[in-house]
Ligand binder design. Structure first.
Ligand SMILES: [Zn+2]
Length: 313
């Protein structure tokens, strides 16, 4: 095929080489680390971070066990810089959709192209399989992990130095991490910060390096320069806390919703605090807790969440 000429979009999406950002191994047995980035097309920072990591791996050829692979999520949406084309790619991974094999939307085609790669990296080929799904948020945020409490996901998540949210995946259906957990891959979603913040790229890079060290035994000290991104992410260590979702403020498609300005993820809120306006009504907090994922973009069905710290873990 001549470069720049595409025969058809569907065919193009199926091309494995265009899906893979990078892959690295030394031929040693061991685990698989599967990193996905840009499942939401308006969240490219994980893609940038993966490119940086693979550049270093290719240049320095450090020793690892097993294999790391980085893949584009919603490739078409990434190219256009939009969150999605037909539907949210982080809501398509239901059992029903996967079993149906139906490719009637752009996102389902993207989903099956990713599944194809997972099939080629089956459980039988690796000692264990891990995943890391890279995202960013619409509001300013500290980096954090969102973990579904399935298998050993939660214990794995607690090996990393950032805030951990439990239970988000349980109230939202069809996420890629649901699917991966369902097929026995251990991992979590990592949110690196606000969509276009430079820190988000750094935090993603740091998390990918740490996951490589934890999963594939990469000795970071043996790289010609210890990754600055890891140092930066490790500064979060004192922030390691675990939170649980206690409330979801959901929206219907045509609702008018406006969050009060200035809320950051994990910001404390108090009872009686004016949080948002929903269809002309003031929403006041009934909690002394923390705000989570306040909505500051046009698309989305969740106005905000309320989370509470879990003591002792
Ligand atoms: Zn996302």
């Amino acid at each position: 095929m001549i470069k720049g000429i595409k025969t058809s979009k569907t065919k193009d999406l199926d091309q494995e080489k265009d899906r893979i950002i990078g892959a690295y191994e030394n031929g040693n047995e061991g685990p698989l680390l599967f990193v996905s980035a840009g499942i939401h097309g308006n969240e490219p920072s994980g893609v940038t971070a993966l490119k940086k990591v693979f550049e270093t791996l290719e240049r320095e050829k450090p020793k690892i066990s097993g294999k790391v692979i980085g893949v584009y999520g919603n490739r078409t949406a990434l190219e256009k810089g939009v969150r999605y084309i037909d539907e949210d790619l982080n809501r398509t991974w239901t059992k029903k959709n996967v079993e149906s094999q139906e490719k009637d939307t752009n996102e389902k085609r993207e989903m099956f192209a990713i599944i194809e790669i997972l099939h080629k990296h089956s459980a039988s080929r690796f000692a264990k399989r891990y995943f890391l799904d890279c995202h960013t948020t619409s509001s300013a945020s500290l980096p954090y992990i969102s973990v579904q409490e399935v298998g050993d996901n939660d214990a794995w998540a607690h090996r990393f130095p950032v805030y951990i949210i439990r239970g988000f995946s349980d109230i939202v259906f069809g996420c890629i991490d649901h699917y991966l957990s369902r097929i026995g891959v251990t991992g979590f979603v990592f949110e690196g910060g606000q969509h276009d913040s430079k820190n988000a790229i750094v935090y993603h890079e740091g998390m990918i390096w740490l996951a490589l060290a934890e999963a594939c035994g990469l000795d970071l000290k043996k790289l010609s320069e210890f990754p600055k991104a890891v140092e930066k992410l490790s500064e979060q260590k004192e922030n390691q806390k675990t939170f649980e979702i206690i409330h979801r403020h959901s929206l219907e498609d045509d609702d008018q919703f406006k969050m009060q300005p200035g809320y950051e993820n994990f910001q404390s809120i108090n009872k009686g605090e004016f949080l948002a306006t929903h269809n002309g009504e003031k929403i006041l907090s009934t909690w002394d807790a923390c705000i989570f994922m306040p909505l500051y973009q046009a698309q989305g069905n969740d106005g905000f969440f309320v989370v509470e710290e879990i003591e002792g873990k």
